[in-house]
Design a binder for this molecule. Structure first.
Ligand code: URA
Length: 240
């Protein structure tokens, strides 16, 4: 096991031992529930997936074409549509392509992508088993956050991708994926680790791998979130 995974696993073991030793988890759960906003006002529904038979990923990609629906087209090298198994049971949704993704046309291949690949493998999957895509399909200039109009322009394609794959579980990586799919403004710190639902599909919000690279102390939380996902697939954590 590489250094990152060992660190995550060790932290998790300590964390669980601590939780189990004094029943803290129940107390924490109670606190989290008490701190959660009483009503989480959802934003209005996104422009839906067009009526009609579910399209294949290839058909959706064809419809996207040489997209000029938002200003991100001006700075991109190429569209980064998505990668992986079109019949995946597990889909990861990120924010938007970075420099490496823009150059290669494949999501999550830069430093954050390398960590995501390790996380996927630690969960007992291969990268090719799952499907990986982003909220926006073109790189925001200088890796700035995607803006509302850009997310809105791209959202129907993300929704169509998810409708086409219809996975068993979605993992939303970071605030933009979770807030876009769930149509809420809740901070990721409050959503992570709590099962939600997107169009009837269980969705687990967790931290974005780029954030984990900047804040390695949070890897243990992310690993706890991913373990909840593993349970849905009857996968046990790696023994060592
Ligand atoms: N960050 C993302 O959100 N997506 C990518 O594809 C790469 C980095």
């Amino acid at each position: 096991m590489n250094e990152d995974l060992r660190e995550i696993a060790d932290e998790l073991r300590r964390h669980l031992a601590w939780q189990e030793s004094d029943g803290t988890r129940a107390i924490l759960k109670g606190l989290e529930a008490a701190q959660a906003p009483k009503t989480e006002a959802p934003r209005p529904a996104a422009p839906g997936v067009p009526e009609g038979p579910t399209r294949t990923l290839q058909e959706i990609r064809t419809e996207l074409g040489d997209c000029k629906r938002c200003k991100l087209c001006n700075g991109r090298t190429q569209i980064v549509f998505g990668t992986g198994n079109p019949k995946a049971q597990l889909v990861f949704v990120g924010e938007g392509p970075g420099a490496e993704e823009d150059a290669q046309g494949v999501p999550f291949v830069g430093p954050a992508g390398q960590l995501l690949t390790k996380m996927i493998e630690a969960m007992g999957f291969k990268r090719d088993d799952v499907y990986i895509c982003n909220v926006v399909k073109c790189r925001p200039p200088n890796n700035r956050n995607p803006e509302g109009d850009e997310i809105q322009a791209c959202e129907p394609f993300l929704k169509a991708q998810l409708a086409s794959i219809r996975p068993k579980v979605i993992v939303a990586l970071g605030k933009f994926a979770a807030q876009t799919l769930l149509r809420v403004d809740t901070p990721i710190t409050r959503m992570r680790g709590q099962w939600r639902e997107y169009e009837g599909i269980p969705l687990m919000p967790t931290y974005h791998p780029a954030y984990l690279l900047r804040s390695p102390d949070e890897k243990k939380s992310a690993w706890l979130d991913l373990q909840q996902v593993m349970k849905r697939f009857d996968k046990a954590p790696p023994s060592k």
